[in-house]
Ligand binder design. Structure first.
Ligand SMILES: [Cu+2]
Length: 192
């Protein structure tokens, strides 16, 4: 027996996936964060110079590394030009502190030609802009940050306090530094 699949528009909406409207964002403080994923030269002014000689970049004598990675640093952090980006192996770095039950809008920028797949644990992402242009909003779990572009999405930080990661989901990128911690602070609800 053949049956038609239901249209997406006719499926029930998961309660957590109700749209995050401008009004909801504004009534929760309208907090925005502008973050970046980047592969930079060790000489970059975005890094705290001088950087240590070891462990921060792929050394020239590493014969196992692809040549294009030599002298490069994989970083993530605050996109503002005045802030220094966290270095190699930054996954122990807490760079974003968020209040429990906050509703925020994050923009992730890529400074490279690689479409870094952005992922944050616990929170689904309600995408509202790509490259600064409004799109028909949609929910996602892992997002392709466009090459040399940006993606903007909203999140509700519910249910969980403590530290968890946001990162590029390309394994070599996250291992090399495109992974940092968010710390959610507040009084956790007891769920029975
Ligand atoms: Cu990446």
């Amino acid at each position: 027996m053949s049956t038609a699949l239901p249209l997406a528009a006719n499926l029930p909406v998961y309660a957590d996936h109700r749209p995050i409207t401008d009004a909801e964002l504004a009534s929760n403080g309208g907090k925005q964060r502008n973050l970046v994923l980047a592969i930079l030269s060790t000489e970059s002014s975005r890094l705290p110079q001088p950087i240590p000689e070891s462990d921060w970049s792929v050394p020239a004598d590493d014969t196992t590394a692809p040549p294009f990675l030599v002298g490069q640093v994989f970083v993530s952090g605050d996109a503002s030009l005045s802030s220094k980006l966290a270095p190699f192996q930054s996954s122990l770095t807490t760079t974003q502190t968020v209040a429990l039950d906050a509703v925020e809008e994050w923009t992730i920028n890529s400074l490279n030609v690689y479409p870094h797949p952005f992922h944050i644990h616990f929170n689904d992402n309600y995408v509202v802009k790509v490259n600064g242009e409004a799109v028909t909003p949609f929910w996602a779990d892992t997002l392709p940050v466009p090459p040399n572009g940006s993606i903007t999405f909203r999140m509700r930080f519910t249910d969980y306090t403590g530290k968890y990661v946001w990162h590029c989901h390309a394994l070599d990128h996250e291992d090399l530094g495109m992974m940092q911690l968010v710390n959610v602070i507040g009084t956790q609800k007891v769920i029975l």
